[in-house]
Write a protein of this length. Structure first.
Length: 235
């Protein structure tokens, strides 16, 4: 099992991380896992096994990891989060995250297309599409307009099975008041998108940085390097 530490255990997700993704193996599969790995012994102690010749402890390993599981600080943060909540607290966290996502789903399905809403409740994510928007208004336009409302945009265009996907994951940390504020903002922008409001194409207009040409930036990045000038010698 690959465990996502982001969201579930409080570590960063947006902006690329820093991320960490520990992998845990069942007892049946553990003899074949790659090095390095952490072994737990009968006395409750742990040991990192990283020697390729550790045949006595790990004779069937299929090789070494090309890269480690992620940034060590994120493991520490996630562990602290788990220990501070305990089993009951983590259960409550999961339930609150699911409750918040379903609150968003039912509050927005009347103004945004929710392709799977009829199949029942969602889990920790609510998925919407751009169906119903004016032909020249896109998911990206709605997301950029959210910045002007003070919200970080949701995950866009994923999963790929939903056209113009908007994947909203409120987590357990949002209050009902903040969710209601977000819902009002999304509803307002969605109505403008359906009406073909061309001002959405220029959003964000109040942020320090205006909209960039993301396609050009990805295909032809301009990288600059500036050498720091040495500090002037003191008199």
């Amino acid at each position: 099992m690959h465990i996502n530490l982001h969201k579930t255990f409080s570590t960063p997700h947006g902006g690329g991380g820093p991320g960490s993704g520990p992998v845990v193996l069942s007892e049946a599969l553990s003899p074949y896992g790659p090095l390095p790995f952490v072994a737990k012994y009968g006395d409750g102690s742990y040991k990192i096994v990283e020697e390729e010749n550790a045949s006595d402890e790990h004779p069937n390993a299929f090789g070494r990891m090309v890269a480690f599981h992620g940034q060590m600080g994120m493991f520490t943060r996630a562990l602290a989060y788990m220990l501070s909540h305990g089993a009951d607290g983590l259960k409550q966290v999961a339930e609150d995250a699911v409750l918040n996502a379903n609150y968003l789903l039912r509050s927005l399905e009347g103004v945004l297309d929710a392709p799977f809403a009829k199949s029942g409740p969602c889990m920790h994510e609510a998925i919407f599409s751009d169906k119903g928007f004016a032909d020249d208004i896109s998911t990206l336009d709605l997301a950029k307009a959210l910045i002007d409302e003070g919200f970080h945009p949701m995950t866009m265009y994923f999963p790929l099975v939903v056209h113009g996907a908007m994947l909203i994951e409120p987590t357990e940390t949002e209050s009902k008041a903040s969710l209601d504020q977000f819902i009002l903002a999304v509803r307002s922008i969605a109505e403008r998108a359906k009406a073909g409001d061309q001002s959405l194409k220029a959003a964000p207009i109040h942020a320090p940085r205006r909209r960039l040409d993301e396609t050009l930036a990805a295909r032809k990045p301009v990288l600059t390097y500036r050498r720091a000038e040495p500090a002037e010698a003191a008199d």
